[in-house]
Each structure stands twice: as structure tokens, then as C-alpha cells.
Design a protein. Structure first.
Lengths: 587, 128
């Protein structure tokens, strides 16, 4: 299979795995939505949006709807039809504005007729102004910071263009901005209470102002212009109509921007409401953290720890460090999410049990282990992200969090399908405990033990290790040695396929970049392709385990020569220092 | 494995050719991730920098950039104005700054703000 086809295969696998995670979350949300009296979550969300003034088109464009809910990733491009595809009022705005375009006013000479035309136009524009007020009532932060704030900045930075005389409402809002913001904050804090909407709508209505009008010498260059020379009443009436119609397309643009941001906020808040109900929480946790998965994780975790401890005894000469590390590995645990206790919930106005953060214990801790916080993410991204981490012990005052490895749910869910890949990632995280910087933090500094190995990795024929990548490179190295030990226990004919399946997660990471056009630069991790080809692919023990007689032809082999495969250890073959073999030739 | 770390800071240099509208910073351990939403020659970009490593930059749609800034702003408001009653300390999770405003520290103890920031950072990470 060609390299590109392989990458596509892994990219597809990655996509399907993410879809599976999204499906689990959706099913959990559907269960909750049914308890709320809806047919499913989509029905519930559309209903909430409609209640707030955002009527969703039926049928809605599926891809756009999924993008809106965050179920599929954006590629950074923007579909200008997006708002029209979802929201009925944006669609109708463009239709209303189109009908204004058909008004023939320039040849009209009767002032009363022109006034009627002006009224018709004003009626349409006021309709959308009114809709914008209702929309922004749902989104005080954006109304104040983005709408008012940005316009005030524009006026301040361009006083010759946007003066107070032409923009009296805007000028008033800008002059009183601080007071206006204080009022906005107190209304914002009322969100979720019965009094919120009336106060919010009143506030927005009082402070909403139309698009800034600019004073320009050449009116044809401006979108919104007041002409000040002497004109007849009919000409002035035509000018006013012309002026307003010049900005007609912006009416729908402004409306779609307002609706897009406000609807996103409404959706975010609703998702948090649904995510934190007991039915959703229990359903999601049960799907990812099943007893069967726990048994598999436990087995692999104990196996991996045992292998790493054996490596420790091979390459660490200092007995005090060795014993301390070994003892540390005995107590090293992994994070396993459990359904919260009943006391973590309280009933909301609909009678549903919802997670509460009023418990002091929920205040402490990072996002990686606090159930309340993880479920308060509107996207529940903890469950759809492929990642894992190691955390040393943390103590803050009376609170402490023990040292632990966390394998995120998507990896756990894949454990039955890709146990070897799971173990490779697990070995990497377990290996972090004895990384250069982490070992220093943990009190058994191993930087001198890794000095030569890291120097080897810095070589241009190796991974060209950069500053800041040391701990990740060593974690990969430990994982490679654990893989070598695991593979060496298998029958010869199964070893190569075992190695390939172990690398699947890396290949999926590499494949994620297949369709991007961004420049790939190194981060705290070495480049994925080098991790695969060099740290793993050129690892002497791993190559030996799968039956490769020679070193990698393309890359420098690096490894701690004290570390031997079990069969070599038994034969008594020992040497000191680092194995550094130059490539025999570049393929 | 990859860590998700972001700070949000907004820089607004008046005379600069490139306009940094939002900057998000997140630090975990020794790793610092910085996401910036920039406008350069009327085009929008998302840049990412990890510790001392090279900058990575990607063109994004203008409306996508505006939506990201709006979401960052909502997180700032949650952080600044919806602090939990029991919150007595602040463990810094991320920092967000938008359009010349002061840097808002997102505290780990503020569940709503921190969780939203966590999801937002994952979104930026997927986008970059």
C-alpha cells in the first residue's frame, strides 16, 4: 500500500473513532432530552433556540448543523451561506432586502410617494433592528464588548469620519460606556432567572444604535453618507432612500452576525445544562468507563509498570534512586472516572438532577480529573479528544492529588480494537515519571543517566532533538523499550504485525495533518514521523525483537546499552554507555 | 503526549502591520502554548507557538476569526462576572486578553469559565 493510501486509511480510522465518540455523547444527550419531553437532543436544542427567537430552518442543512453543534471540526474556512442555512430569519432577511431592490424610486417625482417608499424601507429595516435587539438580549457580552465596544473604538480612532452629530445614539453610548458596562454586568449575572429577559431586552433596546454614518467629501466612496449641499426636497428624499438602500445588504450581514454569535451562546449554555444532568453523566461514563474496559486497562497498566520497573533496574546504577522509583511505580495509579455521588447533584427547575459545583471539593483540581468541570464543557471535548497525560503529585494547601496517568476516554474506548496501540501510549505516559525534567521534580534526578542518549537524539541523523523535547523523547524511548520486551515474548511470526498495530495512534496523529496546508513546526514533541521512524523504528532492541539483523539504514540508532531484552539479559550480555550506530547507508 | 495549553491574550499595536486581536496563553509545567488571532493585510490568521519552538500560522476565514473572538469574550465574561460564591483563591488555568483589554485570568476554581476555556482550547488545537 502506498504511503498516501496508508495515511488515508489512518485518517479514516481517526475520523470514525471521533464519530463514535460523538455518537456516544449524542445518545447520552438524547436520553436526557427525552426526559425533558423532547424526541431527541436536536429537537430540544432547536426548541430552545426557537424560544429565544432563533427559528431554525426545517429541514436544516445537516453538515452546517453538525458544525454548529461542534460535532465536526471546522477547517477554518467560512461558508457565507452558513447563517442562511440554519436560521429562518436570515433567509427571510435576504428575501425582504431583495424586494426592496426592486423598488424603482429614482424616477418618482411625487414627494408623498417617495415618503411612502421611505416608510416601506424603514418598516423593513426596523423589523430587523427589532429582531437584532431580541437576538442581542440573549448575548449581553457580545452586545457590549463587540457591538458597542468595537463601534466606540471605530469612532474614537476615526473622529473625522464618524462624528457625534451624525451618530448621536452611538456617541451617547460611547460617552457612558463604563456605566453602561456596569449595568450590563448586573443584568448578565441575572441569566437563568425569570427577571433576566425583560431587563436584558430593555437594556439592549435603550442602547442599540444603527450602523455608524460617516461624513465623506465624495459620497460615492462611502457606504453610508450624508450629502450636505443644497438639494430640492424631492432630491433629498431620493438621496435618503439611496443612502439607506446602499447599506441594505449590510442589514442582513449585521443580522446574521448577531444571530450567529447569540445562537452559539444559547447553544453553549443549553449544552452545559444537558451535559451536567445525571442521565447524561451516567450514560457517558458507563459507555467509556465500563467494567470490561477497566479490567483491560488494569491488566495492561500492571504489565507496563512491571516492564518499566525492570528497565529501571537495568539502567539506573544508584540504588537509592532505583528503590525510590520502584516504590513510586508500585503506588502509581491511573485515573478512572466514576459516576458522581448523589450529593453532587441538585434538582433544577425542570426537576432534573444537575451537577453542582457548590461543593468545595469541586473547586480544586484541573480539568483532567474533575467530573463537574469536564461535563461543564459545552463540547464535552474530553470525550472526543485523543490524548493522554502523566501528572506528578500536586499539593495545594490541604488539597492534594496523587501522581497519576490519565488515558482519555477515546483511547479507552479503542482498547478492545487496538490494545497494543493503547499499551504503547500507556508506556509513554508511565515513562514520563522517569523523564529528565520530571525525575528532577519527583526528587530522583536522572538527567545524568540520559545525557548521552539525549546527545544521540540531537544528531541530525536521529530526530534532531530540540530544547524542550527531552521529556517527550525519553517517554517515547521508554515506550519503545517496553514494546520491545512485549514483542519479544510473542511468537516470531506475530511480531511485525504487533509492532505495526502498536504504532496506530501515532499514525493517526500523523494522518490528522494530511489535509492541512499549515506549516508543520516542531513543538514539545518531536515530529510524528521522526518519532515513528527513529525513536521506535531505529531502536536497537525493538528492531532485534522483530527480527531485524541490522540497524536502521536511514537513521542513527540510539538507546541505553544497559537495557537488554529479557533473552539477552539471561545470556549475560552487558555493556556500558549508549548504543550509537551510524546508519550504514541512506536508502 | 500532547498537552493542551493555551493563553488568550489580545495585543493591539496601533502602528503594527499585523494586528493581533486575541491572544490565548496556557501554561502547564514548562510548556507554554500561545494562540493568536491576527489580522494581516485584511486577512485573518490563527497562529500557534509552543514554548521556544517555531511559530505555526494558518489562514482562517474572517467570520471564523470573529466567532472565535466572540467565544473568547464570552469566556472572559464568565470568568470576570460569574465567579463561584465559594471561590477564595485563583489557580491560573489560562489567560485571555482581547482588543487592548486587560488580561483576564481564567481560574481553575471557576467551573463555568475554566470548562469553557478547556473546550475552546481543544477547538483551537483542532483548528491549528
Amino acid at each position: 500500500m502506498s504511503g498516501r493510501k496508508q495515511k488515508n486509511l489512518f485518517a479514516d480510522k481517526e475520523r470514525l473513532a471521533k464519530q463514535d465518540a460523538v455518537r456516544v455523547v449524542n445518545e447520552a444527550r438524547d436520553t436526557t432530552a427525552k426526559k425533558m419531553g423532547f424526541s431527541d437532543f436536536d429537537h430540544a436544542l432547536k426548541s430552545r433556540l426557537k424560544d429565544r427567537g432563533f427559528e431554525v430552518n426545517e429541514p436544516v442543512d445537516e453538515k452546517t448543523w453538525k458544525l454548529f453543534k461542534g460535532e465536526i471540526e471546522s477547517d477554518g474556512s467560512y461558508d457565507s451561506e452558513q447563517a442562511k442555512k440554519i436560521y429562518a430569519s436570515v433567509d427571510s432577511c435576504y428575501k425582504d432586502i431583495k424586494s426592496l431592490e426592486e423598488i424603482s424610486y429614482y424616477s418618482v417625482t411625487d414627494l408623498n410617494e417617495l415618503k411612502k417608499i421611505q416608510e416601506q424601507i424603514d418598516k423593513t429595516l426596523n423589523k430587523y433592528r427589532d429582531r437584532n435587539v431580541k437576538v442581542y438580549s440573549n448575548n449581553i457580552p457580545d452586545f457590549v464588548s463587540e457591538y458597542i465596544g468595537e463601534n466606540c473604538k471605530e469612532m474614537k480612532n476615526n473622529p473625522e469620519q464618524y462624528n457625534a452629530e451624525l451618530n448621536p445614539e452611538a456617541a451617547k453610548a460611547c460617552e457612558n460606556f463604563e456605566q453602561l458596562k456596569r449595568e450590563a454586568v448586573s443584568i448578565f449575572r441575572l441569566e437563568g432567572t425569570p427577571e433576566y429577559f425583560d431587563k436584558a431586552e430593555k437594556f439592549v433596546r435603550e442602547n442599540y444604535f444603527p450602523r455608524l454614518v460617516s461624513l465623506m467629501i465624495e459620497p460615492s466612496k462611502s457606504a453610508n453618507v450624508i450629502v450636505t449641499d443644497e438639494r430640492t426636497d424631492v432630491e433629498k428624499a431620493r438621496d435618503r432612500i439611496q443612502n439607506v438602500l446602499r447599506t441594505k445588504s449590510l442589514v442582513c450581514y449585521d443580522h446574521s452576525v448577531a444571530i450567529r454569535k447569540a445562537a452559539q451562546k444559547v447553544a453553549e449554555d443549553f449544552m452545559v445544562e444537558v451535559n451536567t444532568t445525571k442521565t447524561t453523566v451516567d450514560s457517558v461514563i458507563n459507555a467509556f468507563y465500563s467494567n470490561e474496559n477497566k479490567a483491560n486497562v488494569d491488566r495492561l497498566f500492571q504489565e507496563t509498570k512491571a516492564d518499566v520497573q525492570q528497565l529501571v533496574f537495568q539502567f539506573i546504577q544508584d540504588s537509592k534512586k532505583r528503590d525510590e522509583i520502584s516504590k513510586g511505580y508500585e503506588s502509581l495509579s491511573y485515573f478512572w472516572m466514576k459516576s458522581p455521588e448523589e450529593s453532587s447533584y441538585k434538582k433544577n427547575s425542570r426537576g432534573l438532577l444537575v451537577l453542582t459545583s457548590d461543593n468545595e471539593d469541586n473547586l480544586f483540581g484541573s480539568a483532567f480529573d474533575n467530573v463537574v468541570k469536564l461535563f461543564s464543557d459545552p463540547r464535552l471535548s474530553y470525550f472526543s479528544t485523543t490524548n493522554a497525560n502523566y501528572a506528578p503529585e500536586i499539593k495545594v494547601g490541604q488539597y492534594s492529588q496523587s501522581e497519576r496517568v490519565s488515558m482519555l476516554p477515546r483511547l479507552i474506548r479503542d482498547i478492545n480494537e487496538s490494545p497494543h496501540s493503547f499499551q504503547m501510549v500507556l508506556a509513554h505516559e508511565v515513562g514520563h515519571k522517569i523523564g529528565p525534567l520530571v525525575s528532577k521534580i519527583n526528587g530522583y534526578d536522572l538527567r545524568s543517566e540520559y545525557r548521552d542518549l539525549l546527545a544521540c537524539y540531537k544528531d541530525r541523523k536521529s530526530i534532531k532533538l530540540e530544547v524542550g523535547q527531552e521529556d517527550e523523547a525519553i517517554a517515547d524511548y521508554i515506550a519503545a523499550e517496553v514494546m520491545a520486551r512485549q514483542i519479544s515474548k510473542m511468537p516470531q511470526e506475530q511480531r511485525q504485525s504487533r509492532l505495526v498495530s502498536s504504532m496506530e495512534t501515532f499514525c493517526r496523529f500523523d494522518a490528522r495533518n494530511l489535509h492541512t496546508h499549515s506549516v508543520e513546526c516542531k513543538g514539545s514533541h518531536p515530529e510524528v514521523s521522526l518519532r515513528i521512524s527513529v525513536i521506535f523504528g531505529a531502536n536497537p532492541n525493538l528492531r532485534k525483537a522483530i527480527g531485524c539483523e541490522c540497524e536502521s539504514p536511514s537513521f542513527k540508532s540510539c538507546g541505553l546499552s544497559q537495557i537488554k531484552l529479557p533473552e539477552d539479559s539471561q545470556s549475560g550480555a552487558v555493556s556500558n554507555g549508549v548504543t550509537t550506530n551510524s546508519p550504514r547507508g541512506i536508502r | 503526549m500532547r498537552y493542551l495549553v493555551c493563553f488568550l491574550m489580545i495585543l493591539f499595536p496601533i502602528s503594527s502591520f499585523a494586528l493581533d486581536v486575541a491572544e490565548i496563553q496556557f501554561v502547564k509545567g514548562s510548556v507554554r502554548h500561545i494562540y493568536r488571532i491576527k489580522f494581516i493585510k485584511e486577512k485573518s490568521f490563527l497562529s500557534f507557538k509552543e514554548s521556544q519552538q517555531q511559530l505555526k500560522i494558518k489562514r482562517i476565514g474572517d467570520e471564523v476569526a470573529k466567532d472565535l473572538i466572540a467565544e473568547a469574550n464570552r469566556i472572559v465574561w464568565k470568568s470576570a462576572y460569574k465567579k463561584p460564591k465559594l471561590q477564595k483563591m485563583c489557580s491560573q488555568y489560562a489567560t485571555i486578553s482581547i482588543n487592548d483589554g486587560k488580561s483576564e485570568i481564567i481560574c481553575s476554581e471557576n467551573r463555568l469559565a475554566m470548562s469553557h476555556a478547556y473546550g475552546f482550547l481543544n477547538k483551537l488545537n483542532d483548528l491549528k
